[in-house]
Ligand binder design. Structure first.
Ligand code: ADP
Ligand code: ZN
Ligand code: ZN
Length: 831
C-alpha cells in the first residue's frame, strides 16, 4: 500500500505528491485526508494523504515508510483534498498552502526530536554506565522518551555525554510531529461510584486521616465530578490525600477533555421563527426549494438594508437542518459578528460553531473540532469558515457578499465566494449571496438569462420590513460651507441634526470614511514625513508606546522629538481622523457621550462586542468610527447617520473606488431608522455631483450599476474581463527590472502561440493583454523592490497554465537569489 502525500515544504519544485509506504499497522487507520509525519530530506515533516496507489511512481527507487499517523480521525475530508487541488490550480498556489489554509493553526505541527535509551544497550548495561552519567540514565529510563530540548535544559552539564551516546547508539533519536496546541485536559475527581460502600468507609475512617475523611465527605455531598484544582481550592487538602482516597478505590481521578468555549457562560435568548413578510416568503421558498433539490445552485439575494435578510437566512438554515444537512454562514469581519452570532446562537443554540479571527488558537481549534465530530450543524465565521469540515452541506450563505474581506490577501489568495460555489458543486448545496449592494461581478452573473427550464438566480427584496421608508439622504456640499465661512468639519446641517438627536435622547452613527492608516508624523517646517527605511510607506504613530511602526514589515523606532531632516521642533503627530472628530464633538457639544471605534480602540479581544453592547444599551449618544460602524448593525434608537467626508475612498486610484464608495454610503445609510423611529442621513462631500454619491442618495442601486457598468466597459475592467496581478520583487533593482521585462515578453509570446494575445477592444471571444511591467504602487517593501504586470483577459483561457510556463525559467538557481513571483488571481485591489 502506497500513500500519496503532499509534504509541508513551501517550494515549487516539491509541489507534488510524494510516495510513501504505509506500514501494516497503519493500514486500517489511514484515509484520504489523514495527517502524517514523513521522512523528507533528513528531517521529519508534516504532510497530508491525498490518495493511495498499489505501486510507487517516480519515487519507487527511494521509497520510505511513513513515520507516523498524527490523528486517529483525519482532520480533512476527501472533498476538501479535492478542493485544495482546485484552489492550487485556480489561484496558482502550492497544494500545501491550500491544505494548510483548511486546518486550524493548532494542527500546523512542528517537528520535535525525542530521545530514549536503546533497549539493547540497556540490557547489556555496560555501554550505558560507561557513556551516560547515572542520574541521566535513570531519569531517561523513568521517562521512557524525552524531548531533546528538555534533556538539554535539565542536564546542561552532560551535553557532551548525550552527543557521544547518540553517536554510539546508546541513545536513540526519533523525530516526531508535535501539534502546536493540544486538546486541553483537566485532572478531574469523580465521586465514589458505590455510594453505600463509601458511606460505610467514611464512618469507619481512622481519626488521624481527618483530611481524607473530610474530602470524601465533600465529594459525597457534591455528588458530581469536579476539576482537582477546584476541589482542593474549595475543600482544602493536598493532592496526596486525594490520591490515597483514589488508591482505596473511594474516589476516581482521570484526565477529562475540556472545551475552550469562547461563549461559555453567555446566555443567548432563544428566538422563534418570525412570520415572514411577503417579500421574505417568496425568497425563502426559492432557497428552500433549492436546498431540497440538492442540486448546486448560486442565488443572489439582493435585499435593501433592513429588508430582513437575516430572518430569511435563519429559516432557510432551519429547513436545511431538517433535511439532515449542514450549513455554513460567512460574515465579512469581526465587527459584524457579535450581532450575527447572537441571532444565530439565539435560534440554533449549541448547534452553532463560531470561527472568527479573534478567537485564540485553542478556542478556534475546539470550535473546529465540534464541526469535525458532528456535534454542531451550523458554522458561522469569516472567510476561512468556508473550509468547515462538514460532510453533507446543504446551504452556504455569504452575507454582505460584496465585501473585499472575502478575498484572502496572502497565499492562498482565494476568494471565499468562488470557493463556496465550488464546494457547493461538490455537495449539491445551494449558495446564497446576500447583499444590499451586490458586487458588479455577482450582479452581472445573476442577471444573465437562466438556462432553459430554470429560474433566474436573482432574488430581490426591494422593501424594508414593515414597509418602513428608506431614510432620506441629505448631501451637503462642503465647498459651499467653506465659501460661506464655515471652517468646521461639521456642516451646519449635520451640526443641527446632532443637536436635535441629543435633545431627543436618540442616537447617531458618525462615519469617518478614511482608509489607510491611523496616524502619521509630519514636520510642519519642512514637510518631512517619517517613512520606513525598508518599505516605501509612511510610519504610523502609536500613542501607547510612543513608537513609530511600519504596517508592512513591523519595523519600529522611537518617535523623534526634533525633525530628523531640518531639526525643527515643529514635528507633529497627527492623531487618527476619528480622534480629531471626537475632540471636535466634545468641544461643540459639552458632555456628549461618544464611543469611538477604530483600529486603536479595538485591538483588545472582544473590544468590538463591548463597545457595541455599550452603544446598544444607550450608554452613548454617538458611535463614531471608520468602516467598522457601517455594516450590519441594527440599533432601534439610531435615527441619524452622518458621513464626515464621503470622498476619501472615491479618490483612490483603484477601478473599484466608485463601487466601494457607493456600497459604503448605502450600508451606513442603512443603519438609520430601521425600527419604529424614522431616520435620516447627512453625507458631507466635496464632489456632490459624482454618480456614486448621487445614486447612493436616492438608494438607487440599479442606476449606479448602469453608470458603473458603462465606465467599466469603456476602461476594460471586470466584469467585462478578468484580471491577474503578478508582483515581482527583488533586492536589486537592476535584476528585478531585467527579469520582469523578460517575464512579460515571454508571457506575450506564450499567449501569442496560443492565439489569444489580442486587444480587449478587438471583439474576439478570447483575448488577453499583458500590461507592464511597471513599478508597483508600493515600490519597495521589506527591502525588496517591487514591479508588477497586470493581465487582462476575456473568454476561456487557462491563465494559470500560461503563468506556470512563463515563470518556470525564473525559478531555477538558489532560492535566495531568485526574483520572487506573487500571483493574485481576480485581485480585489490593484492600487
Ligand atoms: P438586513 O440584514 O436585510 O439589513 P435585518 O435582517 O437586520 O435586515 O432585519 C431588519 C430588522 O427587521 C431586524 O430588527 C429584524 O429583527 C426585523 N425583521 C426581519 N424579519 C421580520 C419579520 N418577518 N417580522 C418582523 N420583523 C422582522
Ligand atoms: Zn523638518
Ligand atoms: Zn517597513
Amino acid at each position: 500500500m502506497i500513500a500519496k502525500v503532499i509534504v509541508d515544504v513551501p517550494s515549487r519544485q516539491t509541489d507534488r505528491p510524494f510516495d510513501y509506504e504505509v506500514p501494516p499497522a497503519m493500514q486500517d487507520w489511514i484515509e484520504v485526508g489523514s495527517r502524517v509525519g514523513v521522512p523528507f530530506g533528513g528531517r521529519v515533516l508534516q504532510g497530508f494523504v491525498i490518495g493511495f496507489a498499489e505501486t510507487a511512481g517516480i519515487d519507487a527507487a527511494r521509497i520510505k515508510p511513513l513515520s507516523e499517523l498524527l490523528d486517529p480521525v483525519p482532520p480533512l475530508l476527501p472533498d476538501l483534498i479535492e478542493l485544495a487541488e482546485w484552489i492550487s490550480d485556480k489561484y496558482c498556489c502550492s497544494w500545501i498552502a491550500a491544505l494548510q489554509a483548511m486546518i486550524p493553526a493548532a494542527l500546523k505541527g512542528k517537528a520535535q526530536r525525542l530521545i530514549s535509551l536503546n533497549p539493547d544497550e540497556a540490557e547489556e548495561g555496560d555501554g550505558l554506565t560507561s557513556l551516560l552519567p547515572v542520574e541521566l540514565a535513570d531519569w531517561l529510563a523513568k521517562q521512557g522518551q524525552a524531548k531533546l530540548e528538555t534533556v538539554q535544559e535539565r542536564f546542561p552539564q552532560h551535553a557532551a555525554a548525550v552527543k557521544m551516546a547518540l553517536r554510539e547508539g546508546v541513545l536513540l533519536e526519533q523525530a516526531s510531529i508535535r501539534d502546536r496546541l493540544a486538546v486541553r485536559k483537566v485532572l478531574t475527581v469523580f465521586p465514589p461510584h458505590d455510594r453505600a460502600a463509601a458511606e460505610e468507609a467514611l464512618a469507619a475512617f481512622p481519626v488521624r486521616a481527618a483530611k481524607q475523611r473530610e474530602l470524601l465527605a465533600f465529594m459525597l455531598e457534591r455528588g458530581e465530578p469536579m476539576p482537582l484544582a477546584v476541589m482542593l481550592a474549595e475543600a482544602g487538602g493536598s493532592p496526596a490525600s486525594v490520591r490515597s482516597l483514589v488508591d482505596k478505590g473511594l474516589l476516581g481521578l482521570r484526565e477529562v477533555e475540556q472545551q475552550r468555549d469562547p461563549y461559555a457562560g453567555r446566555e443567548f435568548r432563544h428566538t422563534e421563527p418570525l412570520p415572514l413578510m411577503e417579500g421574505q416568503q417568496a425568497v425563502y421558498e426559492r432557497i428552500a426549494a433549492s436546498v431540497s433539490r440538492g442540486e448546486p445552485q448560486a442565488l443572489l439575494l439582493h435585499g435593501v438594508t433592513g429588508s430582513g435578510k437575516t430572518e430569511v437566512y435563519l429559516q432557510s438554515i432551519q429547513h436545511c437542518l431538517e433535511l439532515g444537512k449542514q450549513a455554513i454562514v460567512l460574515v465579512p469581519e469581526i465587527s459584524l459578528t457579535p450581532q450575527m452570532v447572537e441571532r444565530f446562537k439565539g435560534r440554533f443554540g449549541d448547534a452553532v460553531a463560531v470561527l472568527h479571527s479573534r478567537l485564540s488558537n485553542g478556542e478556534r481549534y475546539d470550535e473546529w473540532r465540534k464541526i469535525r465530530s458532528r456535534r454542531v450543524q451550523v458554522a458561522i465565521g469569516a472567510r476561512s469558515a468556508i473550509f468547515a469540515p462538514f460532510e453533507r452541506i446543504g446551504l452556504i450563505i455569504i452575507d454582505e457578499e460584496h465585501e473585499s474581506s472575502y478575498k484572502q490577501e496572502e497565499s492562498p489568495k482565494y476568494h471565499a465566494r468562488d470557493v463556496a460555489v465550488k464546494r457547493a458543486r461538490q455537495h449539491g448545496a445551494a449558495v446564497v449571496l446576500g447583499s444590499a449592494t451586490p458586487s458588479l461581478e455577482s450582479f452581472a452573473a445573476a442577471s444573465r438569462p437562466p438556462a432553459p427550464g430554470r429560474e433566474s438566480g436573482l432574488l430581490p427584496m426591494p422593501n424594508r420590513v414593515g414597509d418602513r421608508p428608506m431614510p432620506p439622504v441629505d448631501v451637503i456640499d462642503m465647498r459651499a460651507e467653506l465659501l460661506e465661512g464655515n471652517r468646521s468639519m461639521f456642516s451646519r446641517r449635520l451640526h443641527a441634526a446632532l443637536a436635535e438627536r441629543l435633545e431627543r435622547g436618540e442616537q447617531s452613527v458618525l462615519l469617518l470614511n478614511r482608509r489607510g492608516y491611523s496616524t502619521f508624523v509630519m514636520c510642519r517646517s519642512c514637510g518631512y514625513t517619517a517613512a520606513c527605511t525598508h518599505c516605501d510607506i509612511s510610519l504610523t504613530y502609536h500613542q501607547k508606546t510612543r513608537a513609530l511602526r511600519c504596517h508592512y514589515c513591523g519595523h519600529a523606532e522611537l518617535a523623534p522629538k526634533n525633525c530628523p531632516s531640518c531639526e525643527s521642533e515643529h514635528i507633529r503627530y497627527f492623531g487618527t481622523g476619528t480622534q480629531k472628530v471626537e475632540e471636535e464633538l466634545a468641544k461643540l457639544f459639552p458632555g456628549i457621550r461618544v464611543i469611538r471605534m477604530d483600529v486603536d480602540t479595538t485591538t483588545e479581544k472582544n473590544a468590538h462586542e463591548k463597545l457595541l453592547k455599550q452603544f446598544g444599551d444607550r450608554e452613548a449618544d454617538v458611535l463614531l468610527g471608520t468602516q467598522m460602524v457601517a455594516k450590519g448593525l441594527d440599533f432601534p434608537f439610531v435615527t441619524l447617520v452622518g458621513v464626515i467626508a464621503a470622498d476619501t475612498s472615491l479618490n483612490l486610484p483603484d477601478f473599484r473606488a466608485a463601487e466601494r464608495t457607493f456600497q459604503l454610503l448605502t450600508q451606513v445609510a442603512g443603519r438609520a431608522g430601521r425600527h419604529h423611529l424614522p431616520g435620516e442621513v447627512v453625507v458631507q462631500t466635496y464632489t456632490p455631483e459624482h454618480y456614486a454619491i448621487l445614486t447612493a442618495q436616492h438608494h438607487d442601486y440599479a442606476a449606479f450599476i448602469r453608470e458603473e457598468l458603462k465606465h467599466r466597459g469603456v476602461m476594460g475592467y471586470p466584469p467585462f474581463c478578468r484580471l491577474v496581478l503578478v508582483t515581482m520583487s527583488h533586492e536589486q533593482l537592476a535584476q528585478l527590472s531585467s527579469v520582469s521585462e523578460q517575464f512579460a515578453s515571454r508571457l506575450r509570446e506564450l499567449a501569442a502561440a496560443e492565439g489569444v494575445l489580442d486587444s480587449l477592444d478587438s471583439g474576439s471571444k478570447r483575448a488577453l493583454e499583458v500590461l507592464g511591467p511597471v513599478s508597483s504602487p508600493i515600490s519597495r517593501m521589506k527591502d525588496r523592490y517591487r514591479f508588477q504586470v497586470v493581465i487582462k483577459y476575456r473568454g476561456n483561457i487557462d491563465v494559470p497554465a500560461l503563468l506556470r510556463k512563463a515563470t518556470a525559467p525564473f525559478l531555477e538557481g538558489p532560492a535566495q537569489k531568485q526574483v520572487l513571483f506573487s500571483i493574485d488571481v481576480d485581485p480585489q485591489v490593484i492600487l
